[in-house]
Design a protein. Structure first.
Ligand code: ADP
Length: 457
């Protein structure tokens, strides 16, 4: 700038010196001249002054225009991020200034590009992260919110930006966490919200610090832990259910053993009855444990045994033969509409066999004397449907979805009497899902049920 000033000063000084010189020369000439020469002198003087004025005005205008262009370009660069080069000034004296500004501009340009790159990277991370992220400033106004947080809290970025957390969601716990974090604390909480949907959230609020260590805002990371919570509850319930289910036969067995030890073993009739009880209860225990093992294998490894091609018709025939005695005992007639052709399937033969055996078992057991069970197979385009229909007791509508849950029974006493574990349909469901298939039920209470197992070929 100093250079520019001295250069302009030089230019003006030269012009003024030139004019002063011309005036001095003319005055000297005029001293020794007549009137007409005086007029000529005055004309020349006016012409020179006009010339000087014109030069001054031109210089002034060009200087202003150049400076305006330069400052405009600088403003566009800083405010709007326009990354053009600095304009070339017309006044040579401004060249240095333009060059210096260009150096500053290229620095700004580089910083700007880097900031843009970093901002895009951060945006991409925040848009693709599975947790919700909210950043609030020192005044507790939201500076940033990512799509997951928008979805979890039922808001939009457009609405949330510039507002406080309380304005976008009613959750005093999160609000307090943000407030505490602004004062420097790290807050970690698990909370339940009801809107926009009932969910469990884990909220981690931490202060954002500047280089000098001042808190400039708060970053709040929100994680949806609903399914984890649900799973924990299912697991807790399951452990409680298993303990309960195992305790019953074990308690019965202990009672029998105590009775035998107390002398019942000496009476042959009572002893025989007690031993039969022991036999029944221990079988029940084994059944429960075996069913639990099948379920646990299916759940943990996702695979039960070998998976290869097998004939479904053969499996059905085999199970029908194995359950003949059971059907006779329950006075139920079980029939299979044998298609007489092969129905090939790929999958775990043992698992499919267990699933069908469970369905047939139930159809016979939850029936009445003189009842019927009909088994049929239907080959679709890319799947096979196995239907087990009975005209037994049926299932009340309220229980229909729940019967596939572990240990769920409609009629507890009846299930116990028939030796049920409450795990049969749960195994059927897992077996269907393991093969990428489905199982469903249609039933009318008192009239009978139809279970449909569909397996992809
Ligand atoms: P369980 O070992 O008690 O039979 P399941 O998981 O196989 O356990 O079945 C769950 C419950 O569903 C049974 O207790 C029974 O109340 C009901 N259920 C299953 N199949 C039938 C059916 N064919 N007809 C009527 N009720 C049934």
């Amino acid at each position: 700038m100093r250079k520019l000033r001295s250069s302009l000063f030089l230019r003006y000084s030269l012009s003024v010196a030139l004019v002063a010189l011309v005036i001095a020369v003319m005055l000297a000439v005029e001293l020794r001249s007549d009137m007409s020469e005086t007029v000529a002198f005055l004309v020349a003087l006016v012409a020179l002054l006009v010339l000087l004025g014109a030069v001054t005005v031109w210089t002034q205008r060009t200087l202003t225009a150049d400076l305006e262009e330069l400052s405009g370009a600088m403003q566009r660069l800083i405010l709007e991020g326009e990354l053009d080069r600095m304009p070339q000034p017309r006044l040579a004296e401004l060249n240095n200034l333009a060059q210096e500004m260009d150096a500053v501009a290229s620095r700004v340009r580089e910083d700007y590009r880097q900031l843009t790159r970093e901002r895009d990277r951060l945006r991409a991370v925040l848009d693709n992260i599975s947790a919700g992220v909210i950043v609030v400033n020192r005044k507790l106004k939201i500076d940033m919110i990512n799509p997951v947080a928008e979805e979890l809290l039922g808001t939009t970025g457009e609405y949330a930006l510039g507002r406080t957390f309380t304005e976008i969601h009613h959750s005093p716990v999160i609000d307090r966490a943000i407030e505490k974090s602004r004062r420097g604390a790290v807050v970690n909480k698990e909370i339940q919200i009801t809107l926009p949907r009932r969910r469990w959230l884990r909220v981690l609020a931490s202060p954002v610090k500047s280089k000098k260590g001042r808190t400039t805002g708060v970053i709040c990371v929100i994680e949806d832990i609903t399914s984890r919570r649900k799973l924990e509850r299912v697991r807790r319930d399951f452990v409680a259910n298993v303990s309960h289910e195992l305790r019953t036969p074990v308690a019965n067995m202990r009672a029998v053993v105590e009775a035998l030890l107390a002398g019942a073993s000496e009476e042959p009739e009572a002893a025989a009855r007690f031993v039969a009880d022991l036999d029944r209860e221990s079988k029940r225990l084994v059944d429960i444990i075996e069913d639990l093992l099948v379920l646990s294998r299916l759940e943990t490894s996702g695979a039960a045994g070998e998976a290869g091609p097998f004939s479904l018709v053969e499996v059905v025939r085999e199970v029908m033969r194995e359950k003949e005695d059971l059907a006779r005992r329950y006075e139920v007639e079980a029939a299979f509409a044998d298609p007489g052709t092969e129905v090939p399937l790929r999958g775990d033969r043992n698992l499919v066999k267990t699933a069908f055996a469970n369905l047939l078992d139930n159809a016979v057991k939850y029936n009445r004397p003189g009842g019927r069970v009909d088994v049929s197979l239907e080959q679709g385009e890319d799947s096979v449907t196995l239907r087990v229909s009975d005209n037994g007791v049926g299932i009340p509508a309220a229980d229909r979805e729940k019967i596939f849950e572990r240990f769920y029974r409609v009629d507890k006493a009846r299930s116990r009497d028939t030796g049920g574990t409450g795990l049969g349909l749960s195994i059927v469901k897992h077996a269907a899902e393991f093969h990428g298939g489905t199982v469903s039920v249609a039933s009318t209470e008192g009239r009978g049920s139809t279970f449909t197992l569909t397996l992809p070929e």
